[in-house]
Design a binder for this molecule. Structure first.
Ligand code: SF4
Ligand code: SF4
Length: 200
């Protein structure tokens, strides 16, 4: 969970941020994975079928664009004295090419599914708990993100601390929901996503 007390110095008074559309965060494992949850996949399939004259199903979409990756989640049952960190599988974009780019980035570095893009893309940077709470992660990401470099000069759209918390809480709830579904299904990702191709 997130409160303003957890925010690093870069976010505790809010942050100025506007994406500079450089596409840097849509490429490469240096920037980590792009996580995908059920709602993201449904939205993307709907978007590309409606806007790109395609006929993807959830299964064909996953076959082309999705891979299994690993994640973890700290969970403490209500009333329990201690919790633990669980490691399990989740889904992310399958990157393409030598620069490991997202399959939906154009040659001009623009997102071709902008209106249907996943939560993680929409939420950056204010909805990323690992970024808003960590000075080290802010410094790491700001080396490659001109939008964060401008944030240091208070340039861009202003997001209040409350807005940051609101987005971060949404991210937490999405991760918690997925974790609980996985736990209920003995961490079998194929039970949680019955439409996943078996050899993914
Ligand atoms: S690296 Fe930063 S400025 Fe560039 S596209 Fe990503 S969010 Fe926008
Ligand atoms: S969906 Fe769009 S914003 Fe997200 S990584 Fe791909 S190209 Fe970038």
């Amino acid at each position: 969970m997130t409160s303003t007390d957890n925010l690093s110095k870069y976010f505790k008074d809010g942050i100025y941020f506007s994406c500079q559309l450089c596409g840097e965060c849509c490429k490469g494992f240096n920037n980590g994975e792009v996580y995908l949850y059920h709602d993201d996949i449904v939205n993307l399939v709907k978007y590309i079928n409606e806007n790109m004259d395609r006929d993807e199903t959830l299964t064909s979409f996953c076959n082309k664009y999705v891979k299994i990756i690993h994640t973890s989640f700290y969970w403490k049952k209500e009333g329990a004295s201690r919790g633990r960190t669980y490691s399990f599988k989740t889904l992310g974009f399958k990157f393409e090419g030598d620069d490991e780019h997202c399959p939906f980035i154009s040659d001009e570095n623009l997102c071709t599914v902008h209106e249907g893009r996943p939560f993680q893309c929409r939420a950056y940077p204010i909805g990323w708990n690992m970024l808003i709470k960590s000075i080290r992660n802010f410094r790491k990401y700001s080396r490659e993100c001109p939008g964060l470099q401008k944030a240091l000069k208070n340039e861009g759209h202003y997001y209040s601390p409350e807005e940051v918390i609101d987005w971060a809480q949404k991210e937490y709830e999405i991760e918690k929901k997925f974790f609980l579904e996985m736990k209920e299904n003995e961490f079998d990702i194929y039970k949680v996503y019955p439409y996943l191709p078996k050899d993914l």
